[in-house]
Design a protein around this ligand. Structure first.
Ligand code: PTJ
Length: 264
């Protein structure tokens, strides 16, 4: 496996190689689902077609989503294995800015993976504590980061409409939330959360997935890029949240991908 220092800064596939390296290491540590790499590979293929950059349409979705999060009563960020590994640190920063908990909630739930991923997030939280606050954040960064709760092992809540281990959640997290950010989500859970009246923000590189189509706002972008931009947008001066046409945003993403294919 390549060491970090062996990948030159200028390498055109540096970000992709680093992401893969992190996933392989996390998989070896038993933190990921068996199919995590398959999910990642599918995402990479879509990202290629997006030119590995945040489109204007995704930027608008991120702006809208960040306003939804900051104006929510009980926002929560739900994370799975891939998300913790790829964007855990950035999502802790987002949780500190928004003032919300992060909940480890897995598709392939095992208590070992839940506690392992909570441990990773706690370590990342300690790192974020000693880092600088994002530009424009005017409150006490240390206390905002300290108060980010990492939930997931309480198992005292349920997502109605789902069965078995996938229905398990935290009562202070997903169960009581009104707005929920769910990167790399599965379609069933997204649909169940929407039918419970929650506003669901999905981050999914596949604009055709059931999740992308069921979510209230879908950010068709790579999870780390989108998370960084969510942090900066959540700090912009409040504007009203206007109506959102998610179908139009998904069509725009597909058009970008379609035009990438027709250039070949
Ligand atoms: O950790 P667990 O047990 O919760 O399992 C997590 C995975 C991702 C394995 C599980 O939820 C799964 O199998 O997901 P799917 O059904 O493969 O869906 C994952 C979606 O995320 C796909 O539509 C991918 O295109 C998309 N995706 C993959 N990598 C990224 C991504 N979207 C944004 N950024 C990525 N890096």
């Amino acid at each position: 496996m390549l060491e970090l220092g062996e990948i030159p800064e200028s390498h055109p596939r540096r970000a992709s190689l680093l992401a893969r390296k992190k996933l392989v290491e996390a998989s070896d540590a038993g933190l990921l689902a068996d199919s995590a790499m398959i999910a990642h590979g599918r995402g990479e293929a879509f990202d290629y077609l997006l030119g590995e950059m945040t489109s204007d349409s995704a930027s608008r979705a991120i702006k809208h989503a960040s306003k939804m999060l900051v104006s929510a009563k009980s926002p929560v960020i739900s994370v799975n294995g891939n998300t913790v590994v790829l964007a855990g640190k950035e999502l802790i920063r987002l949780a500190a800015v928004v003032g919300c908990p992060i909940e480890v909630n897995l598709y392939y739930r095992t208590s070992e993976r839940v506690s392992g991923l909570i441990g990773v997030l706690e370590d990342l939280k300690s790192e974020v504590l000693s880092e600088e606050a994002p530009e424009g954040f005017n409150e006490d960064w240390f206390s905002s980061v300290s108060s980010v709760e990492i939930l997931g092992d309480e198992e005292d809540g349920r997502i109605e409409g789902l069965e078995g281990p996938r229905s398990i959640c935290s009562s202070n997290g997903i169960e009581s939330s009104d707005v929920i950010l769910v990167p790399l989500e599965d379609g069933d859970r997204c649909e169940a959360l929407v039918s419970l009246g929650k506003k669901v923000i999905a981050i999914d590189l596949n604009p055709l997935s059931r999740t992308a189509r069921a979510a209230t706002v879908t950010i068709v972008d790579e999870v780390l890029r989108a998370s960084k931009k969510l942090v900066s947008d959540a700090l912009l001066i409040d504007e009203d949240v206007h109506d959102w046409d998610n179908e139009a945003a998904l069509r725009e993403a597909l058009e970008i991908m379609g035009s990438a294919m027709s250039r070949v």
